[in-house]
Ligand binder design. Sequence first.
Ligand SMILES: [Zn+2]
Length: 64
Amino acid sequence: MSLIKIFKRLFCKHKNQYTVTNFYGDAINYFNCRSWRECEDCGKIIEGGLDKNCDRVNQWWYIK
Ligand SMILES: [Zn+2]
């Protein structure tokens, strides 16, 4: 990762997030959260709750 990206992430407010995937079953325990969200500005993965608007399940590879 570039220094610029690390710097950006430090000051990023993570305002532009999308849900990467919801988790069901064993994946909830494995990842210890109900969903992954990614900040579109800095790329940080944020652990989140269940997103009813997201129809992807256990597709953690679905990172833009
Ligand atoms: Zn961010």
